[in-house]
Design a protein around this ligand. Structure first.
Ligand code: ZN
Length: 455
């Protein structure tokens, strides 16, 4: 760490080196939440506490070994997706059957009668069309169909060619609703996937052996969101949430997803509470868990604070990697846009920011959007993010201390601006208003596929 590193970077350095990966429901996540609570107390936040919620099942990674057994032999590198199952002791061996990601579930149902005893290998849509959202939304249905069709295991992975030398393993969820699947689902690194595809293209029968062990708990496990506040001087009962997610996947310390967000929230809290000038409204700093399993912690927050939602103004969340913030997304709440644009035009530090009405589905901000509030998220210039996050390379060395300090300041200014608006611009929307806006903005279908449409 540079000796004169800004505090945000020091927070991140502690977070990524004092604990193991902060997988939701793990003891490392619990330890990190106590650390975060302690930091909030040191910063001088008020009302610092933990809010408990239950994860339906806990999950712990064991081992995942794979090898090519025919037509040639050799090792393969794989990692389990979260909340997926194990092979029988001694492993499973079977021939690979390639399935296009572009196929609809109806098409797959027609083919599924020939799947028993095979290993499904998900491959890119032959048209080259790539839709990450749809891929994730559809994966849970494919896994369920595979399970009922007595498939041995599923192999997935990124189909975009990896930059040479960066053949990383990634983990992630098999669904976005906290479901568990009693079948192994593994990510395979891009180089091994390319090799298997070449064999399949050459018309060879490809067989692989997998030995996978994971533990799924049958009972719910406890998790916590960490909360602290600076109270407003005029409307202390009105709340702006500034948040990020404390949990991460378990292949790495989650420095960019979302350790940087956690560090920025703590740094913003420190700046706001130490400059002595409170905002009109309360700023509530929240570090969520369960984001990676389907925004579970922020959805639990919404449940827990139902009676207070009419008093919430907005939530602003940082969760787009290590790069500089370039965009502020207002998620369908365009009434705020012109006010924000005039604020940034007057604030030299923020002049380069753009703002628009777009959405970022996979952030805790979205839970607030679904609850009728502006779920504001940042767009960041993090070109390596898709490659690095959820992989074993999501480590501290990817983070530039100055950029993190700069992002922390943008988060502090945006939260303070919201909390200090002279008048509330609009009340919390009704369910009907929110449903209509999401439908008009083409969010309805994808939310239904993800089983997240709440209306
Ligand atoms: Zn994230």
């Amino acid at each position: 760490m540079p000796p004169d590193a800004p505090d945000a970077y020091k927070y991140l350095q502690e977070l990524t080196t004092h604990f193991g990966p902060r997988l939701t429901g793990s003891s490392a996540a619990t330890d990190a939440s106590h650390w975060a609570m302690q930091k909030m107390r040191e910063i001088g936040l008020e009302n610092v506490h933990l809010e408990h919620w239950k994860l339906p099942h806990g999950w712990k990674r064991g081992y995942a070994h794979a090898s090519l057994t025919a037509p040639v032999k050799g090792p393969l590198f794989v990692a389990s997706l979260g909340w997926t199952g194990s092979t029988p002791a001694g492993g499973s061996e079977g021939s690979i059957i390639a399935i296009s990601r572009g196929a609809s579930i109806e098409e797959l149902k027609h083919m599924a009668s020939s799947w028993a005893g095979k290993i499904l290998f998900l491959v890119a849509d032959p048209t080259g069309h790539k839709d990450t959202l749809k891929d994730l939304a559809g994966l849970g249905s494919v896994v369920s169909l595979a399970l009922s069709s007595r498939v041995l295991a599923i192999v997935t992975g990124d189909d975009t060619p990896a930059p040479s030398g960066k053949s990383l393993l990634h983990t992630g969820p098999a669904s976005f609703t906290g479901e568990v699947f009693g079948i192994p689902v593994v990510d395979m690194n891009a180089a091994d996937r390319a090799r298997i595809l070449q064999l399949l293209k050459a018309g060879r029968e490809v067989r692989i052996k997998l030995e996978v062990e994971n533990q799924i708990t049958s009972v719910p496990v406890d998790s916590v969101n960490v909360v602290g506040e600076t109270r407003g001087y005029e409307h202390p009962d009105e709340i702006v949430v500034a948040g990020a997610h404390l949990d991460c996947w378990d292949l790495s310390p989650g420095a960019i997803d979302d350790g940087v967000g956690v560090a920025a929230v703590l740094e913003a809290a420190k700046q706001i509470s130490s400059n002595g000038s409170r905002a009109r409204r309360t700023i509530r700093f929240v570090l969520f868990t369960g984001e990676e399993q389907g925004l579970l912690g922020s959805r639990a927050y919404i449940q827990e604070h139902q009676n207070e939602l009419a008093k919430h103004i907005a939530a602003v969340v940082m969760d787009d990697g290590q790069g500089p913030i370039t965009l502020v997304r207002f998620s369908g709440h365009n009434a705020l846009l012109p006010y924000f644009q005039s604020f940034t035009a007057q604030t030299s530090f923020l002049k380069a920011l753009s703002a628009d009405n777009s959405f970022e589905l996979f952030t805790d901000a979205y839970s607030f959007t679904l609850a009728g509030l502006p779920g504001i998220s940042f767009g960041q210039n993090s070109p390596d993010y898709d490659l690095l996050h959820h992989s074993n390379a999501d480590t501290l060395d990817k983070v530039d201390p100055e950029t993190l300090a700069h992002n922390s300041q943008i988060l502090a200014l945006t939260a303070t601006w919201l909390a200090d608006l002279p008048e509330r611009l609009e009340p919390t929307w009704t369910k009907a208003q929110t449903a209509q806006m999401l439908t008009e903005n083409k969010q309805h279908k994808i939310l239904e596929m993800l089983k997240m449409w709440p209306f």
